[in-house]
Design a protein around this ligand. Structure first.
Ligand code: AMP
Length: 282
C-alpha cells in the first residue's frame, strides 16, 4: 500500500493511474477503522482498479470540540487493517494541507435537507462535511465515491452536492455493517464499556420493531413509541425521525412516499450514537 501525506504526491500518483486508464475509487474516513469501513474498501476494490482511502479527522465538521479531542486516532492499527484488506493507497494529509488558506467556508444551499435530524442537532456539521468532501474530491478526482448508509443524511447531502456542482463522480452507497448483536459498527463504539455496548443494541432493536409497525400504524405513533423505548435508563434520545428517504422531510402517512427511512440519534455513556433503517422502499 502506498501512503501519501502530501496533496501533490497523491495527485501525481492518481494522475499517472488515470493516464493508464484505471478507474479510481475513493473512501473518505476519519480513521479508527473497523469492518464497516473495510466493507467500503472491499466495494471500492470490486468496482474500481485503484482504491484510495483517506484518513482525516476534519475539524470543521465537529461542533463539539470535546468530541474532536476525544476522537480515537489509532493510526498504526488502521494501516494494518487497510493493508490486510488490499487497499492500494492511503492518503493521510495534515489540516494545513487540506486547508492551505484556512478552512474557507463552502456555501451551498441544501434547502431543507440539512435542517433536520443531524443538521438540527449539530450546527454547522454538514457545512463542514460538504467542505471537506468537496476539497477531497478536488484532490483525488475519483471516478467513484464510496460512502455508508450508516450516515444516511450525509450521503443524501453529498449526492445533492454532486448534482448541484456537476461533479463527475458517481456516489456508491454501501450497507450498514453491524456487530452480531445488531449494534451498528462505529469508531465511537470503543468509548463504550462492555455493558454499554450490549445495552446499545437497543437502537437496532427499536428500528427493527418500528419496521414491523409500518402496515398497522402511523409515522407519528411509531415515533412516539420509539422515543419512549429509547428513553431507557442510561439513554438520552435526541431524535427518532421517520422521513421520506429522498427529501428527509417528515411524513404523515407511510403511504406518502415509496421510500421511508427511520433515523436515530441517542446518547449513551457520554457517546453519541446514530443508526437508521429503511422501513420501506418500493
Ligand atoms: P467515518 O470514519 O465515521 O467518517 O466514516 C467513513 C465512512 O464509513 C462513511 O461513509 C460512513 O458512512 C462509513 N461507515 C461508518 N460506519 C459504517 C458501518 N457500520 N457500515 C458501513 N459503513 C460505515
Amino acid at each position: 500500500m502506498f501512503i501519501f501525506k502530501r496533496v501533490t504526491d497523491l495527485q501525481r500518483f492518481v494522475e499517472r493511474q488515470k493516464k493508464e486508464g484505471k478507474l479510481v475509487g475513493f473512501v473518505p474516513t476519519m480513521g479508527a477503522l473497523h469492518e464497516g469501513h473495510m466493507s467500503l474498501i472491499k466495494r471500492a476494490n470490486d468496482e474500481s482498479e485503484i482504491s484510495v482511502c483517506s484518513i482525516f479527522v476534519n475539524p470543521t465538521q465537529f461542533n463539539d470540540k470535546d468530541d474532536l479531542k476525544k476522537y480515537p486516532r489509532p493510526i498504526e492499527k488502521d494501516i494494518e487493517l487497510l493493508i490486510a484488506n488490499a487497499c492500494d493507497v492511503l492518503f493521510l494529509p495534515e489540516v494545513e494541507d487540506v486547508y492551505p488558506k484556512g478552512p474557507k467556508p463552502l456555501v451551498i444551499d441544501f434547502g431543507k435537507l440539512d435542517k433536520v435530524m443531524e443538521g438540527a442537532f449539530r450546527e454547522g456539521h454538514f457545512a463542514g462535511v460538504a467542505q471537506v468532501v468537496k476539497r477531497l474530491l478536488d484532490i483525488v478526482l475519483p471516478d467513484k465515491l464510496f460512502m455508508g448508509q450508516k450516515d444516511f443524511q450525509q450521503f443524501t447531502i453529498i449526492q445533492n452536492m454532486i448534482d448541484q456542482l456537476d461533479i463527475p463522480t458517481e456516489l456508491v452507497v454501501c450497507d450498514i455493517m453491524r456487530e452480531k448483536s445488531g449494534l451498528a459498527m462505529s469508531s465511537r463504539n470503543v468509548r463504550l464499556s462492555e455493558k454499554g455496548r450490549k445495552a446499545a443494541t437497543l437502537l437496532h432493536k427499536t428500528l427493527k420493531a418500528a419496521k414491523k409497525k409500518v402496515n398497522s400504524s402511523t409515522p407519528e405513533k411509531v415515533e412516539k413509541w420509539a422515543l419512549k423505548e429509547l428513553a431507557a435508563p442510561g439513554f438520552e434520545p435526541e431524535y427518532f425521525t421517520i422521513a421520506d428517504g429522498y427529501t428527509l422531510q417528515p411524513i404523515k402517512e407511510f403511504s406518502d412516499t415509496d421510500y421511508v427511512v427511520a433515523c436515530i440519534a441517542v446518547w449513551h455513556e457520554g457517546v453519541r450514537l446514530i443508526d437508521n433503517m429503511i422501513l420501506k422502499k418500493e
